[in-house]
Every structure is written in C-alpha cells, then in structure tokens.
Design a protein around this ligand. Sequence first.
Ligand code: AP5
Ligand code: ZN
Length: 216
Amino acid sequence: FRAVFIGPPGAGKGTQAANLIKDYKVCHLATGDMLRAAVSAGTPVGKQAKEIMDKGGLVSDDIMVDLIHGAINQPDCRKGFLLDGFPRTVGQAEKLDSMLEKDNVKLDSALEFAIEDSLLIRRITGRRVHPPSGRTYHIEFQPPKISGKDDVTGEPLIQRADDNEETLKKRLESYHKSTVPVVGFYKKQGILTTLDAAGKNSDIYAIIKNVISKCG
Ligand code: AP5
Ligand code: ZN
C-alpha cells in the first residue's frame, strides 16, 4: 500500500507506524527522523534544518520534496510506503501527487490523527527516544523496562531537542496553519480517514489495520 499519516506533534504517528511496519513489509519514511539523522551527520541540509526544527517551524518544501523524491524511488519503497510527517503543506501534497503520477501509481489512503491540542503536552514532554532505532517510549504511558534505557540494546534514551512546551506551541501553530489544509486536500480526493487519536494504542491500531487491509 501507499499511505500517509497526518497529525499534530505527539498524536501517535511514529508509534502507529512502528506497529504497521511489523505487520506489513513496506518502507517507513519519517521525514522528522530523516532530518534528525541529517542534523547528527552534520550535512548541509541538517545544518539548515536544525535551527528551523528547534524553533518549531517547517523546513522548506524544496528540501523536503527532494528528500522524499530520493527516498520513494529506492527499490524497496517502490512496492509500497508509509509516509509519516510528509506532506505537511498543500504544496508538498501536490508535488507528491505529480511524483507518483509519473510512475503511474496513486496514494491509497491518508489517515488523519485527530486529537485535542491540550492532550499533547503530556505526550510530548514525557516522550523518550532511542535515536539509532527510532524506538519511542513514554515515561508514563509506555515506560521502558529499565528507566532511561532502550529495551533492546540497553542504550540510553534521550529527549528530542524540540520536545519542550515552548517549541510544542510553535509546532502546533505550524500544524494548524500549514498542515490542516492538507487534510482538506485528501478529503476532496476521497481517500481521507479521520481517526480518534486520543484512545488506546491498540484500539487505534485496529482501526488503522482495517483501513489498510482494504487498500489491496
Ligand atoms: P516530526 O519528527 O515529524 O515531528 P511531529 O510531526 O511534531 O510529530 P512527533 O514525532 O512529535 O509525534 P508523533 O505523532 O510521531 O508521536 P509519537 O508516536 O512519537 O518532525 C519534526 C520537525 O521536523 C518538524 O517540527 C519540522 O520542523 C520538521 N519536518 C518534518 N517533516 C517535515 C515536512 N514534511 N516539511 C517541513 N518540515 C518538516 O507519540 C508521542 C508520545 O506519545 C510518545 O511518547 C508515545 O509513547 C506516546 N503515545 C503515542 N500514542 C499514544 C496513545 N495512544 N496513548 C498514550 N500515549 C501515546
Ligand atoms: Zn514522530
């Protein structure tokens, strides 16, 4: 399948993507993770992106479209993919459509993670991540077996640089201003499903699996 996840910071996109790629062998492209990897590697894109990400803004459409263009043309992504965090602007959504059109393929599904802003502060401030694997925990909702350590490798967990209340406010502003219109874009195309992202992890996954199973 070819699907996109849209939702505000902390809505559970990364968490559900991890569930989904265990069951379906498609490639998971998380633009936030790709940018953080570029920041750690100190590439030119990473240098540009770091300042914007720390302020909760959006990296330019040109950079993001290039990043995704390269990624979805990799052999293992040509059969199917899950985009997590892209597209985040209508401009990105339009570019994605034209990229896919050239290959004579289409998106099957856009899933919107709907959740009230007020619930996201706790999710974001309590999140801990293992950067090399992308595994995500929460100090209250999904604690690791040993506090502060990754379950699989035992390596230390960290807090993302943008996971604080102040930057969250800016990220939410960017979401409402630039990304909510993307929801309307896919609604018009008739491929949008909106799900209640405030519920239990397993309940949300059951809904996603049901939608994806209809994609063929
Ligand atoms: P990105 O990394 O994509 O961040 P985001 O969209 O803000 O989303 P998050 O990763 O914060 O949230 P999530 O929905 O994945 O939540 P998670 O599952 O981890 O992007 C970062 C930055 O990069 C952007 O701000 C921007 O600057 C830049 N960028 C990226 N893509 C871009 C693009 N296309 N264009 C321009 N700029 C771009 O869950 C959060 C926490 O809650 C976890 O601790 C988890 O354990 C917990 N949790 C999850 N589900 C539940 C549940 N059901 N119940 C209880 N707890 C839960
Ligand atoms: Zn994420």
